[in-house]
Design a protein around this ligand. Structure first.
Ligand SMILES: *Cc1c(COP(=O)(O)O)cnc(C)c1O
Length: 392
């Protein structure tokens, strides 16, 4: 071994040792997903209660068929960036469709939601600018903020007074400003107060970017968190993902025609990446058909979350994401392992995904769950939480 290789190996071993001591090492486990809720792991069947396939569309026969047809006709991969070889018409159709659905002038489809967030913020602001970001906003929104090299100020979660204070203190020194927040928060399931945030954005001339990864398909008649408010609280920059309720893969930004035009030319993670495969676009288009026409499907995950919370005597949820906060990583891991014993897959969520001391079970509900799945999950979790000593 050369000495550089040896020092790299030593570094990796030390880091892994530190993570193990804090119960923070993560391991992907081979798992076969039969549908949105039935998975096989280590030869056992488990009920999945931590997926983001909220509507079960990743396994919907019509969505699969749309992807299959597109792949058979147009190939498995796109081959190059859309700016080099041109993009498949399905991508353009998907963009028109998403813009229409969200009520914006235009839309851009990205390789993933994470890539969208690494693209959007750095294309709009830089070192002379200011970013205000919610502390609990998704990791990729934070990463995009840092990548932009703008001054980043973090406001306490959903704390409008703190946001206002930071704007008052720092806005005047900056050329441009952005406010970044999730619409529905990924690990807590609560909403951002979008009307008030947009009003502050108006008052201080700050552009609001809302990440609606967990809103699209689910809240606001499926059109996302902006439409969960009356009148709609439509931020000028609305991004989201095709990979959760839409059951496919990819990300999007809905915005004005000019802003999209600028990003198409300037957003580096869009310009310097291969286009989405046609099959992903075809699947997302079919998912949008199903979401637009089936209110019962859209409403079911939240109805099931409510059923669960009423059985658990938890506060009434506003989205299909229900956090059960346990505190330490060890407690969360033990509760997750105990649930797995009873046949449920609910992975422990630990720092840095969530703040220190708030490790949790993040339970998510899918239209594909049955009522009896939910009732059995509530029963199993109640008995696990009653016996903390058993979880040691
Ligand atoms: C999952 C998620 C993303 C990333 O989307 P991908 O398409 O999976 O890359 C972005 N923001 C939030 C809030 C998310 O939960």
């Amino acid at each position: 071994m050369t000495s550089a290789t040896a020092s790299l190996e030593r570094f990796a071993a030390d880091k892994l040792g530190q993570l193990d001591r804090k119960s923070l090492r993560r391991k992907p486990v081979e798992t076969r997903h039969r549908d949105a809720v039935h998975v096989e792991r280590d030869g056992r069947e488990l009920i999945n209660a931590c997926s983001n396939d909220y509507l079960g569309l990743a396994h919907h026969p019509e969505v699969i068929e749309a992807a299959r047809e597109a792949a058979a006709e147009w190939g498995a991969g796109a081959g190059a960036s859309r700016l080099v070889t041109g993009g498949h018409p399905l991508l353009f159709e998907l963009e028109r469709r998403l813009a229409g659905f969200k009520g914006t002038e235009d839309c851009i489809v990205f390789g993933s939601g994470s890539l969208a967030n690494l693209a959007i913020t750095p294309a709009l602001v830089g070192p002379d600018d200011l970013i205000l970001i919610d502390a609990l906003a998704h990791a990729c929104l934070h990463a995009g903020a840092r990548l932009s090299a703008a001054r980043v100020e973090v406001f306490r979660h959903n704390d409008l007074a703190h946001l206002r204070t930071l704007l008052a203190a720092h806005r005047a020194e900056a050329r441009h400003a952005m406010i970044l927040t999730d619409g529905v928060f990924s690990m807590d399931g609560d909403f951002a107060p979008l009307p008030e945030i947009l009003a502050l954005g108006e008052q201080y001339d700050a552009w609001t970017l809302v990440d609606d990864a967990h809103g699209i398909g689910i809240v606001g008649d499926g059109r996302g968190s902006a439409h969960a408010f009356a009148p709609p609280a439509a931020a000028p920059l609305q991004m989201g993902t095709l990979s959760k309720a839409l059951g496919s893969y990819g990300g999007y930004l809905c915005a004005s025609q000019r802003v999209c035009e600028l990003l198409r030319t300037r957003a580096r993670p869009l310009v310097f990446t291969t286009a989405l495969p046609p099959a992903s676009a075809a699947a997302a288009l079919k998912a949008l058909d199903l979401i637009e026409t089936d209110a019962e499907l859209r409403n079911r995950p939240l109805a099931l979350a409510r059923r669960f919370c009423s059985r658990m005597r938890l506060p009434e949820p506003v989205s299909p994401i229900v956090p059960v906060i346990l505190g330490s990583a060890d407690l969360a891991l033990a509760a997750s392992a105990a649930l797995e014993e009873t046949g449920f897959l609910v992975t422990a969520i630990r720092p840095p995904t969530v703040p220190e001391g708030t490790a949790r079970l993040r339970i998510t509900f899918s239209a594909a769950h049955s009522e009896s799945d939910i009732d059995r999950l509530a029963k199993a979790l109640k008995s696990i939480l009653k016996q903390p000593e058993a979880a040691e």
